[in-house]
Design a protein around this ligand. Sequence first.
Ligand code: UD1
Length: 342
Amino acid sequence: MRVLVTGGAGFIGGAVVDRLAARGDDVVVLDSLAAHPEAPDLPDAVDLVVGDLNDEDAVDRAVAGVDAVCHQAARVGLGVDFDDVTGYVADNDAGTAALLRALWRRGFTGRLVVASSMVVYGEGRYRCPDHGDVRAAPRRRADLDAGRFEPRCHRCGTALAWAPVTEDAPLDPRNVYAATKVHTEHLASLYGRESGARVCALRYHNVYGPRMPRDTPYAGVASIFRSALEHGTAPRVFEDGAQVRDFVHVHDVARANLLALDSPWEGACNIASGEPHSIADMARALAAAHPGAPEPVVTGEYRLGDVRHVVAAPDLAADALGFRAETAFADGMRAFARDPLR
Ligand code: UD1
């Protein structure tokens, strides 16, 4: 099978490429190399097309003769501020549109797997002890300033308890990146309807592991803490550290992509470990694997765009794709403390 992996020189795309190449697939990578200008670490047999998704000529060369497409290229993270909006939209929305147009013009009806994110849900799922399932509104600055971090019930003001998010949860993007991921899913699914291609979107939870990008405004918290420990400084845990995420190892995410490429299932599913942990837990697990490193500090700082808890229900990926994460949190974090970053 000839498979195009967009963003195949990156963190997650690279892990997908390694697995596809190892099982003998014919792999073509389209990557701008903008996020990692050093020579890409790709298996020998892989064809590399260097170019942006908005470079028509590069995209046309990359899609020629492919049986399946795994679309990982994107500008990720929270960014610096709203000034990033045009960059995110150009790379993620217009970039995906350009890829889909090239596939359309080629008459592509093969398998299309796109990288999405748990950020499409905004805040996760919450329950009020008295009012059952309730939607959490964006948290108010006054509450955050006062150290009241839990979202509150809009009817009675009680602090809400989190529950695992299932894929039928309403889409509620709360930052520009999240909005571009919702649009990526929608454009890909429309392509499927018009062309007959079978499309699957994978909503990654917090991915970590070897070759994760270093500490930048676009990096996730695991890499920020890992970089701090490497420099002998304490990880700074925001809020009260009790915010919960699902950290899923990049090798599991790569495996999920291959299962999705091999499956005819259409739809969107969570790709998660099913083993939720608080941010403070994660900081402690990483620090424990760095002998002599300073203990994490819980700072009470907050970022207005952050959501409080996002915990995935991993069942649909198991039923639809046969995906279950295999890397346990403790083992994955211990290894990540020493894994190379880039
Ligand atoms: C992250 C990614 C998002 C991705 C999603 C799923 C970023 C910025 N966000 O979202 O792009 O789609 O995972 O894979 O990459 N925190 C600290 N200290 C810090 C930095 C962050 O305590 O120095 C806390 C934040 O306040 C937040 C939590 O860690 O509560 C997670 O932050 P982060 O990894 O940045 O973002 P997510 O919302 O989990």
